[in-house]
Design a protein around this ligand. Structure first.
Ligand code: NAG
Ligand code: NAG
Length: 265
């Protein structure tokens, strides 16, 4: 689970391209809809709408890195998830993990490889690459991976290069007093974890027994890397879906749909 917990965390966090998810205090959508200027830069009727949006996102990159509080856009650099609970009870993977202060640098360096927005059908398809990520988090965990017991508490860190994500989203319009708002109906995320390096685990457990387990597990996990990756990636994807949905829906609640991608100039 050592390196794989990292993969999982990197993925859900970063694909998610999110941050500071208030786990115990759900963020309130701002009361008054607020429409920043940049939202009217790309017109729905533009035959090159996708190119326009990619260009706009690239221009907004410095703001995305810092976050846009009025639009509920969380800070990307670094991206922080205060708390993350993982609980899986599958045949090959029984794990309870409690991760804290998951902090990831490099998410704002995302590259949009392709984008396909259909504003009439409210559909979006996007392919992203995250060239370079570095992450740190604290976690305690207990479980069995491929029948191998692991238990411990410590700090993880590591790098990951060239992570690829495909995102597909489907929206629906919701009527409110202030107008119609877009909300996500479904979102699918497929991730291909990148190359990992520089992976570190520093135990903060007082149990020698736990530490001994982790030492043995390291070797075991190295030998079963591919299998582990196949096991953990879907969990990372599911977690990403949860995080992304919450964040995207919060953002969409701040701006009426008619102000996103205006029909005409
Ligand atoms: C969270 O982790 C980051 C990076 O490791 C660190 O700078 C920050 O102080 C930590 N915050 C808390 C609340 O532990
Ligand atoms: C890991 O990422 C950090 C921060 O981007 C970087 O300084 C360091 O060189 C990277 N290490 C490796 C082994 O890629």
């Amino acid at each position: 689970m050592i390196s794989k917990t990292l993969v999982a965390t990197f993925l859900f966090a970063c694909i998610a391209y999110s941050s500071t998810l208030p786990a115990d205090a759900p963020s309130k959508p701002s009361k008054k809809p607020y429409t920043p200027e940049f939202l009217s830069k790309c017109k729905r009727s533009d035959p090159k709408l996708n190119e326009c949006i990619i260009k706009l996102i690239n221009e907004l990159r410095p703001q995305l890195a810092k976050g846009i509080p009025r639009l509920q856009v969380p800070r990307l650099e670094p991206l922080t998830i205060p708390k993350l609970l993982i609980n899986r009870n599958l045949e090959n993977l029984k794990i309870k993990a409690n991760a804290e202060n998951v902090t990831i640098w490099g998410c704002s360096g995302f590259v949009i490889n392709s984008l396909n927005v259909d504003p009439d059908k409210l559909k979006l398809k996007m392919a992203l690459t995250l060239p370079k990520l570095y992450g740190e988090f604290k976690a305690d965990f207990d479980g069995k991976v491929l029948n191998f017991p692991i238990k411990g508490k410590g700090k993880f860190s590591g790098n990951m290069t060239n992570t690829k994500c495909n995102v597909e989203g489907d929206g629906t319009l919701v009527k409110q007093k202030e107008g119609e708002f877009l909300q996500l109906k479904t979102i699918k995320i497929k991730a291909t974890p990148g190359e990992m390096s520089n992976i570190k685990y520093k135990s903060t457990s007082n149990s020698r027994q736990d530490d001994a387990l982790i030492q043995t597990a390291r070797t075991f996990f190295k030998e079963n890397r591919k299998q582990l990756e196949r096991m953990v990636t879907p969990i990372a994807e599911e977690t990403a879906v949860e995080i992304v949905s919450q964040i995207v829906n919060n953002i969409l609640k701040t701006v009426p749909f008619e102000d996103i991608l205006k029909q005409t100039a």
